[in-house]
Every structure is written in structure tokens, then in C-alpha cells.
Design a binder for this molecule. Sequence first.
Ligand SMILES: NC(=O)c1ccc[n+]([C@@H]2O[C@H](COP(=O)([O-])OP(=O)(O)OC[C@H]3O[C@@H](n4cnc5c(N)ncnc54)[C@H](O)[C@@H]3O)[C@@H](O)[C@H]2O)c1
Length: 333
Amino acid sequence: MPKNMEEEKKKICIVGAGAIGTALANVLAHNSNLEVILYSIEEQVVDSINQRQYNQKYFPNTKLTWRLKASGDVNVLSESSVIFLAIPSSVMLDFVIESKHLFAPDAILVNMAKGLSKDVHFTIAESIQANVSQRVATLKGPTFARDLIDKMPTAFTLGSVHEELFPLFKEIVADTNVYLDFSTDLRGVELLSTMKNIYAIATGIIDAQFDSPNLRFMFLTKAFNEMRSILIHFGGAKKTIFKYCGYGDFGLTALNDLSRNRTLGLLIGKGFFSENISNMVLEGKNAVNIFSGILSQDENLTEKFVIINELQKVLTQPNYDIPSFVHHILNDD
Ligand SMILES: NC(=O)c1ccc[n+]([C@@H]2O[C@H](COP(=O)([O-])OP(=O)(O)OC[C@H]3O[C@@H](n4cnc5c(N)ncnc54)[C@H](O)[C@@H]3O)[C@@H](O)[C@H]2O)c1
């Protein structure tokens, strides 16, 4: 048993018993050095986990380990030393602010949501950190929940400015199917995990229209370069793009049909949306709005980040001519 876990089991709480929260909780619960509790606001989900070892809503066909317990009582947060937050980005900050009186002073909060914050701090992890005294980290990977719960080797980047936390996370995932790389570039990890959704939508549009390997990888190269420029522009470190949260998550999201954002792109490219796309809520789409809103304040930047700029037009202009999307992007220089 690792040294600093000898005295007692480390208490882990995962907030949100949806797809990624349940998958991670089930994987970590296999580590006998941990006591893992899944907190959910969905009563039926809690009951189905505790009474039948299934999450009937999100994984109805997967038996969960008996070690995993669920709770609908938010007070479980106060007993937890590491709290993974696996709820949508749109509700994250409100949840943290409402619950922060429950967090132990030395608890560690780990943001798993992929999205941007509406406040000045820009990324969700930075917004959380601005509201709590506890140390904050982010966990972002090329990770489909289905593969994770099926025990496929699965990678995440653990990002935190608190480098001293990295050994603890190594211990938490020890002997599981989770592999970590680490970064002190909290902002960069957060930015990349949001941007990849944007470029997955754009890749979907192009693949729906052409299904051409030549064009796909020409576009992916341009997209990767644009992501890198945006990362640097917003204060992330260049090298973070080669972590699992960068190159890895970009590839997973842009090229797999399980990805909701790529699927949105495929549907746009096939012409399923003509007018009502502006009503659709999706993290990738929100990210396009936020990034392009900031970049559009400077004309030089709009020209530099041509894919994001063009995608914003697709998502907001009802009569945008989708077949000309590629043409506009490729004639950028
Ligand atoms: N870090 C990663 O590698 C990774 C991988 C996949 C998904 N994600 C992100 O994790 C988040 C959750 O994704 P998902 O696919 O599990 O979603 P999901 O819809 O399957 O689950 C969302 C969960 O959040 C809970 N929830 C919703 N509103 C809440 C609130 N106000 N208070 C408390 N709980 C609330 C729901 O009950 C549900 O349990 C998203 O932001 C997604 O982008 C991260």
C-alpha cells in the first residue's frame, strides 16, 4: 500500500452520476485504497446504484462494482478529500458556489467539465479557483465514458498549478485502466479541452461533404495549428498541445462519430439545419460563440483564426452557404 494511504482510505467524491462521472467512479472504486462515493441529484440513479449496482439511466447494461456507493445527500462533500466535478460546464460555477461551505479546507477540487466560464476568469477551473480557497485541478482526456467503464486503457491530463498534487493523483489511479500525464499549465489544459469541440464541429462539416482523406488531413493540420495559435494567444503554454488533453482529445473528438460535436458538424454538413441551429445548446457551440466574440474585437485576429471565424458564421447566419465552408477556410493565405 502506498505510504500516505496507509492510515486510512482516501475518500473520493464524484459529483454527477452521468456518463463520465459514473465511469470514473466505477474505475476508481476498484482501487481498494479508496472509498468512492458518487453524488447525484437524480434520486432514481442513486437508488439503482445502491440497490442493484446499475446506473439505470446512463449505463443500464453495465454491472458496477459493489465497492461503489451513491448518495443524494450533498453533505457527503464535507467528508471527501478529493472531489471530482463531473457535471455540465453550464451549472458548474453555481454548484461550486452553493456547496463551497461544505468543502473541507484541505480538499482538492477537480474540474472535469469541458467548456468556458462566462466570467472574467475565462476557464472553468480558473473561475472555480477564484471562488474557493481549496486547491483546484483539472482532469481532461481523450476519453469516451463507454471505453473508460469497459476498462480500456484510457488517458487523461491532470492539470494544476499545484505540482505537489501530482503524486497523489498517481496513487489514486494506481492499478486501474487510467493513465495520466501532468501539466502545471492549468489554463492551457482547460483551453485545449474546450477548443477541440470547436474543431470537431468543423471537421464533421467537412467530412459530411467530402469524405476525402486528403482534405480531412489537410484540414486537421490547419485546425491543429489554429488551436495552437489560440492556445498561445490566450496565455496557454505551447507544449501543452502535445499532452493527452491536446493532440489526444482533438483526435478523439474530431474523428470519432461517438463525439456529439463531430456529429453536430456532420448534421450541418448534410444540410439538416437551415434555420434552427441557433437554438441548440452544446458546449462546442457555446465555445465558438465565446472565442469568436473575443477574437472579433480585433480585425487582425479574425483573419488569423479563420476556421473559428467561419464556423461562427455557420452557426449564426441562417442563409450561410455550407458548400462554400471549405473554400473560405482554404483560401485563407
Ligand atoms: N474530462 C473528461 O475527460 C470528460 C470526458 C467526457 C465528458 N466530460 C465533461 O463532463 C461533463 C459531464 O459530461 P457527461 O457526458 O457525463 O454528461 P451527462 O449528461 O451524462 O451527466 C451530467 C451529470 O450532471 C448532473 N447534473 C446536471 N445538472 C446538475 C446540477 N445543477 N447539480 C448537480 N448535478 C447536476 C446530472 O444529474 C448528471 O448526473 C461535461 O462537461 C463533459 O464535457 C469530460
